[in-house]
Design a binder for this molecule. Structure first.
Ligand SMILES: Cc1cc2nc3c(=O)[nH]c(=O)nc-3n(C[C@H](O)[C@H](O)[C@H](O)COP(=O)(O)O)c2cc1C
Ligand SMILES: [Mn+2]
Length: 511
């Protein structure tokens, strides 16, 4: 059964001994972040934390703060309601195998059809828990005269009555000392392509500028930014809905690097095995899942940019101030029993590692479909997603490791991978020390590396220029004839199974 609310998920975590309640008041200014950082860095990712009395500007917030709810393999599996993430990968593999696709594009569309067949299509409802409490701050995007609105956007906004519910009433964290302010970090941002109407949901952070204005940090390569560009070209205001909470599968789907055009809510419906109920927002023409905890309704005005940051980022460094679009709030709606979900990012390992790890495991069948030689793949925590990929392959012909690297560099957000290390199938990519052993032992740097040019992650501070850079591939597989190695490749040490079994038996007598 899919979770009917974020609270239900928190209860499930508690029942499993995976949630710690913090009943004492804790300040949202750095202190919740410091507490959560210690938890995330404890063995296996620690526990989820529910701060029941978050303090904002000296006052107790009406809403509890939930953090680190997906920050372990076990909690990630609980969030997606499977005993193991591998179960989902297997299901995807079955869909793909029903009629083997001939290429990647066909593979995705097959996956889409498969999801449709599983009745995952969202459906519309008229009443929703997420609208139990409604605060309208603006008469509404849809009621504005578009032409005059784009000429003079600000004056068309009506100011809310003083004392009404705003962003100030949410327990939004300041995460790191030199952050430019408070940031919403687990915001699912819902947008539409104005040309095709296709929906997209992505997690993009939002810096709080004032009680009704925030930054909108969709980076240049993300689908939200592409939708934005379409609206700017048309000179139209862009309706944007931001949701927090609900079934955790929504948040997970919003982080997943799905190809542009694959609807995150359809994918979420597939994951939870139940279609999602959608409700139309009160002031904008956007649908959101009915059971989320908070909905921030608003718009982005074409061309309006504002300095965003600094922010203590998932790279482990502060990202510098840069201009980003601005989100204007037109309404906030919420559940009565709402809790505020958040996370912090920083020096790894953090909660987001487990989210990314689940993505890689779920989509491994898609990678394998495109590259049948891939056996396993992982993005180690130290590489904060884009910096490091370990991939094991069943090598059959010379330079196959390089073919796989180039393929990965051409696949969606894998384009950002700064270092790719390819190893043989008998190397466990989840054991970093084993991969490093192979890397050091099996490579002649001049022969076994390649350096290419590709787009870089916007947050990577190392490249000379932002968004572009060089990436490096290491072929740490054993060399085949034709790979410019002219001696017999040596044999890796391995004990006989017989001796192993005998020593197992002997040791059992001693212990
Ligand atoms: C905790 C967290 C915070 C994130 N913050 C941002 C962000 O501020 N900007 C951004 O472009 N991507 C951010 N991401 C990554 C995107 O959510 C991710 O790339 C997603 O696949 C984008 O979806 P899209 O392809 O539909 O744009 C964040 C991911 C996580 C897990
Ligand atoms: Mn997307």
């Amino acid at each position: 059964m899919a979770y009917r609310s974020f609270r239900e998920f928190l209860s499930a975590l508690e029942k499993e001994g995976e949630l710690k309640r913090v009943a004492i008041p804790v300040d949202t200014d750095l202190l919740i972040a410091e507490w959560a950082d210690r938890e995330m860095k404890s063995p296996g990712g620690g526990k989820a934390l529910l701060f029941e009395q978050p303090i904002v500007d000296g006052k107790k917030s009406e809403f509890a703060v939930a953090i680190n709810t997906m920050g372990s393999r076990h909690r990630m599996a609980l969030a997606l309601q499977v005993s193991d993430i591998g179960d989902i990968a297997q299901e995807i593999q079955l869909i793909l195998k029903a009629k083997p696709p001939t290429d990647l594009r066909e593979g995705w569309s097959l996956l889409k059809q498969g999801i449709h067949l599983l009745h995952a299509r969202p459906k519309q409802v008229r009443e929703a828990p997420c609208q139990e409490v409604v605060t309208i701050l603006d008469t509404g995007f849809s009621m504005l005269d578009e032409k005059s609105a784009s000429k003079d956007p600000i004056s068309s906004i009506q100011h809310p009555a003083s004392g009404s519910f705003t962003l100030r009433d949410l327990p939004i964290l300041k995460c790191w000392p030199k952050d430019g302010g408070r940031f919403i970090t687990l915001a699912s941002v819902h947008t539409r392509d104005p040309e095709t109407g296709a929906r997209n949901v992505g997690i993009y952070r939002m810096q709080i500028y004032d009680e009704r204005t925030t930054g909108m940090h969709w980076q240049i390569h993300k689908v939200g930014a592409r939708h934005g560009k379409r609206y700017y070209e048309r000179g139209e205001r862009m309706p944007v809905a931001v949701t927090l909470g609900g079934d955790p599968v929504y948040t997970f789907a919003a982080t997943a690097p799905l190809p542009d055009g694959l609807d995150e809510l359809l994918f979420a419906g597939f994951l939870r095995k139940k279609s999602i109920e959608l409700i139309r927002c009160k002031t904008i023409d956007v649908d959101v899942p009915a059971d989320v905890d908070f909905v921030l309704e608003g718009y982005v005005q074409p061309g309006e940019m504002r300095p965003e940051g600094p922010f203590g980022d998932h790279t482990g460094f502060y990202t510098a101030v840069e201009d980003y679009p601005v989100f204007h709030l037109t309404a906030i709606t919420h559940r009565r029993d709402a809790a505020y979900p958040t996370t912090i990012v920083g020096i790894p390992p953090m909660e987001d590692y487990y989210i990314g790890d689940a993505c890689v495991r779920i989509f491994l069948p898609v990678f394998k479909m495109n590259f049948p030689e891939i056996v396993d793949m992982t993005l180690p925590a130290e590489g904060v997603f884009h910096n490091l990929v370990f991939v094991s392959i069943r090598k059959q012909y010379p330079y196959q490791a390089f073919k796989v690297m180039h393929g990965l560099w051409g696949m969606g957000q894998m384009m950002f991978s700064k270092y790719i290390v390819a190893v043989d199938e008998d190397c466990d990519v989840h054991n970093t020390s084993e991969v490093l052993f192979r890397l050091c032992a099996n490579t002649d740097p001049a022969r076994d590396t390649t350096i290419i040019k590709n787009p870089s992650d916007s947050l990577d501070h190392a490249p000379t220029n932002q968004n572009v850079g060089s990436h490096m591939g290491f072929d740490a597989t054993r060399k085949l004839p034709g790979e410019n190695y002219h001696r017999p490749w040596p044999e890796l040490l391995k004990m006989t199974e017989e001796a192993q079994a005998l020593v197992d038996a002997l040791q059992a007598q001693v212990h």
